[in-house]
Design a protein around this ligand. Structure first.
Ligand code: ISL
Ligand code: CA
Length: 556
């Protein structure tokens, strides 16, 4: 296996709006981030992935960009950005930008032009079609409710928007669009950024005839139907040649609808496209029938089957990314662990289970504190357009009652990840001196960075230790993965092997005591990490509530 720095690093995702507010307007900003770089250095991460900071009317919190080469006013100035980048580099931290180029904002100059007339030079920058049978051109739905088509009177045609109607899809089949995107990317590379996380990059190439898809619970076909289109690999190879190969970049494609077979192409180790992808299968393990809206708990056997298939499937041929959380997902401790009495121990267990696997780890802000889901009380508490639209669409059409939908939102809404970072026990969790743009989780008095940094047994220190272990043990980076006990509903156990080096990782996903037979070769092993301080790897081991241990085989 080829050794690469991006396989050995740990990435930390910042959602700027909710990280740290430097000027008291209630909105996190770039200077706020700069002021916290020492915190990140303390944690030990190597790379920051910055969610979008570009100019945007904020229909989807910056994922609707109106100028790719300007900074959102609420977040600061380009000087602030340059200062942050230099300050990160000075600390040995690299910076990855969020690249959102499946769509722009409808307020982007290209779209403003495009909608003006049929012969406007920017017309073919977007996907325009005439209506069919008095309605939309096909049955595709927007990811944020309703149809994926918006009628535009000026030219009596519809434009495609797989997300909100303020996020028209770019037409990647137009070489001028690719030129513009690659030119813009090169501009950021010249500035010194270190790579890109590519938003829904699996959706950029549409099937030319835009065929109808299978309708979901709201009557429209979902975005998976559009994923991995006919030219996506060709376009990414072109991007690689024209942009990414210029420097040592790190790239990760957010690939909605990606299968293992497709991932092998996107992240092929021959290095012609991307370094790795975000796959979604393990994020759907607790979905309802046909949608994410459910409060069903995952079956551990399904989770193990999915993660193990990806571990083995990409072994030697591509590379995994490892994540439990991001700005689109609820908090992992509330979802796969226990956010009550066993919060700390289960947050540590989840980290052990995932970050000892093969792949590049991604930590979402606050995950390193074991931040939890939020006790939202009413629909007015939400800010996310996906949540608000889904609530109205699915209660309005009677698919769910209001009570059901509130329960599902409390469990799955993206806003669970978007409340302010909990810095300390002061008002508003030390995030802002003003009024925060979204409510603060009331548990900030107990759960905050200030407290955890002072306490050696905290979740923060445990994450720090796992990050250090990855640096000290090559087997964690490059070792092969093998699942043990696939049928257990309680235990997730696996080994990692690199030559003579061998690790055993055992995690109890329940609050009950569960016994585990430690394989012979690990009986005299050394405990590398554990979330209880007196762990032993003897015969007939009994794992306590959410206990996790990592055992290193002693060399014979
Ligand atoms: O969040 C989701 C489901 O709840 C996903 O379907 C998500 O919309 C999808 O993964 C795409 O996400 C990305 O693109 C969106 C943006 O809203 C998300 O924040 C971003 O991560 C449109 O740009
Ligand atoms: Ca601010």
């Amino acid at each position: 296996m080829k050794k690469r720095w991006w396989k050995e690093c740990v990435v930390y995702q910042i959602y700027p709006r909710s990280f740290c507010d430097s000027n008291g307007d209630g909105i996190g900003d770039i200077r706020g981030i700069t002021s916290k770089l020492d915190y990140l250095r303390e944690l030990g991460i190597d790379v920051i992935w910055l969610s979008p900071v570009y100019q945007s009317p904020n229909d989807d919190n910056g994922y609707d960009i109106s100028d790719y080469q300007a900074i959102m006013e609420e977040f600061g100035t380009m000087e602030d950005f340059d200062e942050m980048l230099a300050a990160a580099h000075a600390r040995g931290i690299r910076l990855v930008m969020d690249l959102v180029v499946n769509h722009t904002s409808d307020e982007h100059a290209w779209f403003v032009e495009s909608r003006k007339s049929l012969d406007n030079p920017y017309r073919d920058y977007y996907i325009w079609r005439p209506g069919k049978d008095g309605g939309a051109p096909n049955n595709w739905g927007s990811c944020f409710s309703g149809p994926a088509w918006e009628y535009d009177e000026t030219t009596d045609m519809y434009y495609l928007h797989l997300f909100s109607k303020k996020q028209p899809d770019l037409n990647w089949d137009n070489p001028a669009v690719r030129d513009e995107v690659f030119r813009m990317m090169n501009w950021w590379i010249d500035k010194g950024v270190d790579g890109f996380r590519m938003d829904v990059i699996s959706l950029i190439s549409k099937k030319p005839d835009l065929p109808d898809g299978v309708p979901g619970i709201n009557g429209y076909a979902g975005i998976d139907e559009v994923a991995n289109g006919p030219h996506v690999h060709e376009y990414l190879q072109e991007m690689r040649r024209r942009v990414l190969n210029r420097t040592e970049t790190i790239t990760v494609g957010e690939c909605s609808g990606v299968t293992l077979e497709e991932a092998k192409k996107y992240a092929d180790s021959s290095e012609t496209e991307l370094n790795m992808v975000f796959q979604f299968e393990h994020m759907r393990v607790d979905s309802g029938e046909n949608s994410k809206w459910s409060d069903r708990k995952a079956d551990l056997r399904d989770l193990k089957e999915i993660l193990s298939r990806w571990q083995k499937g990409l072994e030697d041929v591509a590379w995994n990314s490892l994540y439990w959380e991001n700005h689109d997902q609820p908090r992992s401790v509330s979802r796969f662990g226990d956010d009550g009495e066993c919060r700390e121990v289960s947050a540590k267990m989840l980290a052990t289970c995932l970050y000892m696997m093969q792949g590049t780890p991604y930590i979402y802000q606050g995950q390193e504190l074991g931040m939890t889901n939020v006790p939202f009380e009413s629909i007015e508490d939400f800010r996310d357009l996906e949540s608000i639209n889904a609530y109205h669409e699915l209660t309005g059409s009677g698919v769910f009652t209001k009570e059901e939908m509130m329960r599902y939102l409390r469990y799955k809404s993206r806003d669970n990840a978007r409340t302010p970072f909990q810095w300390n026990a002061e008002e508003n969790a030390g995030f802002t001196t003003g009024k925060p743009w979204i409510m603060v989780n009331p548990n900030y008095r107990e759960i905050n960075a200030g407290e955890q940094m002072c306490r050696g047994t905290s979740v923060f220190h445990y994450f720090r230790n796992l990050i250090r272990l990855r640096k000290e043990n090559e087997v964690i980076i490059y070792g092969t993965y093998d699942l043990l006990l696939p049928e257990s509903k309680e235990i997730y156990a696996y080994t990692r092997t690199l030559g003579e080096e061998k690790l055993l990782v055992v995690c109890n996903f329940t609050a009950r005591e569960v016994s585990f037979d430690v394989p012979e070769e690990f009986l005299k092993g050394r405990i590398l990490a554990g979330n209880y301080k007196d762990a032993k790897a003897g015969k007939d081991m009994v794992l306590r509530a959410y206990e996790a241990v990592v055992v290193k085989k002693q060399k014979s």
